[in-house]
Design a protein around this ligand. Structure first.
Ligand SMILES: [Zn+2]
Ligand SMILES: [Zn+2]
Length: 248
């Protein structure tokens, strides 16, 4: 029945056009359900209420600091941290709802919306980075098979199009089936993702890389991936995470 309804909607959309379809199913904001001009967009109020990243954090490791710093007591002199880390939002309320909805529902449309919002906030910084290639944090093949898509790869793909740089999905692989990080202690998270990634040095050596992930919690996954990319000869590694959790 659902398949028939979808096929009918597709038929109407193709034959009669979006305008008529919108009058039958008017587009609405995914957060507050108020009417919007186009599908898969936020209304103005929800867009402006999305939580900014914290005022002060370390621009290398993403940890809490008193003021904005490029290197703090935790990461200074440590090579496993990225050269820069960028966040678009703090992980709470609206953005959390979008990212969770995105993971489990209409993911390709959400990827465009989320990437667009990241771009609006970080365009200048990302253009300044001028990465040679963009890489997503990969899923383990078994997890990819179960989920059928990698949310970070979809977001990275949209950002790559805007930067006119290639998205490379075969240069960094996840070789260890890690547990979900959510319920682990800080120490447990580090151990869980240690040795989780392997990078192809024939692609990575000498390259400037922008690594893309959706949510940053302790940074353990990021550190493990950055460490492997450096081992494989990366010239520069920066990280874009859609949202950073409040406490680090
Ligand atoms: Zn709204
Ligand atoms: Zn730091």
């Amino acid at each position: 029945m659902i398949i028939r309804a979808k096929a009918t909607a597709k038929f109407i959309k193709e034959r009669v056009g979006t305008v008529f379809l919108d009058s039958l199913f008017p587009p609405s904001c995914p957060l507050c359900k108020s009417a919007t001009k186009a599908a898969h967009t936020l209304c103005y109020d929800c867009l402006k209420d999305l939580p900014n990243p914290p005022d002060a954090y370390c621009l290398r490791c993403g940890g809490d600091t008193q003021k904005v710093e490029l290197g703090c007591g935790k990461c200074l002199g440590e090579s496993d941290y990225p050269d820069r880390v960028y966040f678009s939002f703090t992980y709470q309320e609206g953005i959390a709802k979008l990212l969770v909805g995105y993971k489990f529902a209409d993911y390709s449309e959400w990827s465009r919306l989320i990437s667009e919002m990241c771009w609006l906030r970080l365009e200048g910084d990302l253009r300044w980075e001028e990465p040679d290639i963009l890489l997503p944090i990969p899923l383990h093949p078994r997890r990819f098979l179960a989920r059928r898509y990698n949310q970070s790869a979809l977001i990275a793909g949209e950002i790559a199009k805007k930067l006119k740089r290639p998205l490379v999905t075969n240069a960094l692989k996840r070789i260890k089936m890690t547990k979900p990080q959510t319920h682990l202690s800080k120490k447990g998270r580090v151990a869980n993702v240690q040795g989780a990634f392997v990078a192809d040095s024939s692609i990575i050596t000498g390259r400037s890389i922008l690594l893309v992930d959706d949510v940053f919690t302790t940074g353990a996954t990021m550190v493990s991936a950055v460490s492997e990319l450096r081992r494989a000869g990366a010239k520069r590694v920066s990280v874009l995470c859609v949202a950073r959790t409040i406490k680090n």
